[in-house]
Design a protein around this ligand. Structure first.
Ligand SMILES: Cc1ncc(COP(=O)(O)OP(=O)(O)O)c(N)n1
Ligand SMILES: Cc1nc(C(=O)O)sc1CCOP(=O)(O)O
Ligand SMILES: [Mg+2]
Length: 288
């Protein structure tokens, strides 16, 4: 779960005339590493049939498979887990049904919901809708402000979701999301694999290729949330020197302050950049 970066959810209304399994196989071959069956119209028997077919595909291709809304169908199809909404079964009940090994994820739309999900033992959260989306019509966008808030505080994996496509993904990643989730942009594209490749490259460009491998989402990963010159952001740098280099300030005449304390340049290499640090780089104004 920690390794997953790109979550693609089914949306058959977006690809009429193309088979569900073909579209999802293309998405996986393009880089989706977790797939969810979401179908609000299918009767239980049809849903189970689709779940079993997607289970077989995802197992063959080595990616995770989640069922939306229905823990019973997740169990019957031997899915890796279930995704719940705020109005669905409580996390604790789904956990009781699915056991400790399967994944239980939940949608969140506020930091209070995210905190509650983490406390209740969710394995991951959805954070959205980041942008207005026709897949969830009428739902107010939470904006990247909530992405930044959740990314700075929540330690379980979070997937930004809602209206995300290659044209706005960088904005979401810059807010601190390390994982993205999409429906229409991927399955509604004539080339789902290309969209997945694009999204995945953006994630890896921002956060590196090894996101989460063997690590938790805890204290340190590919990036650290900091406040830089008064603005929230993230850095992959481990030290003040690394951060200065990341900002192309290595050779410039600047003074650094970490959490209100001036740090001499000689100490930059061993001054760690920690989660939540407030860092200021102040330029010398040209002498004369
Ligand atoms: C990864 C992910 N995040 C959010 C959702 C939305 O779930 P929910 O709020 O229950 O709404 P529906 O999808 O059931 O309409 C999701 N499915 N997956
Ligand atoms: C299913 C869903 N849940 C959301 C949430 O915010 O919980 S947003 C959403 C729709 C995502 O679809 P698209 O990528 O087409 O916008
Ligand atoms: Mg739901």
């Amino acid at each position: 779960m920690n390794d997953c970066k790109l979550y693609v959810i089914t949306g058959e209304n977006y690809h009429r005339g193309r088979e569900l399994l073909d579209v999802m196989e293309a998405a996986i071959r393009g880089g989706a590493d977790i797939v969810q069956l979401r179908d609000k119209d299918a009767a239980p028997a049809e849903l189970l049939e689709k779940a079993r077919a997607l289970r077989e595909l995802t197992r063959r291709l080595g990616v995770l498979f989640i069922v939306n809304d229905h823990p019973g169908i997740a169990l019957e199809s031997d899915a890796d887990g279930v995704h719940l909404g705020q109005d669905d079964l409580p996390i604790e009940d789904a956990r009781r049904m699915l056991g400790p090994e399967r994944i239980v994820g939940i949608s969140t739309h506020s930091i209070a919901q995210a905190r509650a999900a983490e406390k209740a033992g969710a394995d991951y959260i959805g954070v959205g809708p980041v942008f207005p989306t026709g897949t969830k019509p009428g739902r107010a966008a939470v904006t990247t402000a909530y992405v930044a808030e959740a990314a700075a505080e929540i330690r379980i994996p979070l997937f930004a979701i809602g209206g995300i496509h290659p044209g706005n993904a960088d904005e979401v990643l810059a807010a601190g999301a390390k994982r993205l989730c999409a429906v229409s942009a991927v399955v509604g594209s004539p080339d789902p694999a290309a969209v997945c490749r694009d999204l995945r490259e953006r994630i890896e460009r921002r956060w590196g290729g090894g996101l989460g491998r063997g690590e938790s989402d805890g204290a340190r990963q590919a990036a650290t949330s900091i406040v830089l010159n008064g603005r929230p952001g993230t850095t992959a740098a481990a030290t003040l020197l690394g951060l200065a280099e990341e900002l192309s300030l290595g050779e410039k005449r600047v003074v650094a302050e970490r959490n209100g304390v001036v740090v001499p340049r000689a100490a930059w290499p061993e001054t760690e950049v920690a989660e939540g640090d407030r860092i200021e780089f102040v330029h010398f104004v040209g002498g004369g």
